[in-house]
Design a protein around this ligand. Sequence first.
Ligand code: G3P
Length: 288
Amino acid sequence: MKPVGLKTKIFLDSGDSVETAEILGKLGFLDGQTTNPSLIAKSPESLQRLKSGDKFTAPEVTDFYQTVIQKVATIIPQGSISIEVYADEHTSAEAMIEQAKSFSTWTPRAQIKFPITTAGLQAAAAAVAMGLSVNMTLCFTQQQAAAVYAATAGAVKGQVYLSPFVGRLDDSGQNGIDLIKNIIQMYSAGDGHVEVLAASVRTMDHFFSSIKLGADIITAPSKILNEWSVGGLNLPPQDFVYHTGNLQPLAYEQLSLTNPWQEYDLNHPLTAKGLAKFAEDWNSIIKK
Ligand code: G3P
């Protein structure tokens, strides 16, 4: 059962529907699931197939992704399910929109993931205007978060998620939790149409800090959700303090949310690196 007083929605970050059922069983609830190309490529079913030396054809891999999503949807029919478009640095907004339209037919609660790049934001703005729901991924800066807010202005609450990647910022020596804190503070001046989804959550401290900061959603791998369940689904205590160790703090940037989205700086090396890695993992399971 969801702990009383927990406002943050809890999602599983996984490309494996077996984990969905396991985690739902352990927590007694699950508000949604996020997937990405790397998680699908590394799912046990995909690995099993590759072990037999049989890579997917391009249509087969899309069918496989659809099957995974539909299995997840039968386990958590009320849950939000994030499905990521294939994109590399050359993918056009139009190509992303085509994927979004198709993926949205897979399940009624689809949230289409687009990268925070110029083409990704163009695609997201068009998708939102069509009434689709989106999850903007690979967020590493407040500027990117402000751009997402501006590009999706007019969307209804629940239609837009923003995924800041906590663990990957930590890996680079910067305090990823500061990014969550800064974006929540910045968005508090807005109309609430973008929900903050803490992603790349690697530790219980990330998990508890995100709850404490009031993140709308957390997506976490099964390892973390298992740990939370073993600990009795506790909420962070009142006096919870996040010890950041040697991580470099991220200063709050005073930004307007109402500029045209093209005016914000969308660049971050980890966005480019993340995009390339998602594409590489996806291509690695497809026959040449
Ligand atoms: O789903 C995106 C995100 O959660 C990825 O996490 O651990 O690969 O940085 P990670």
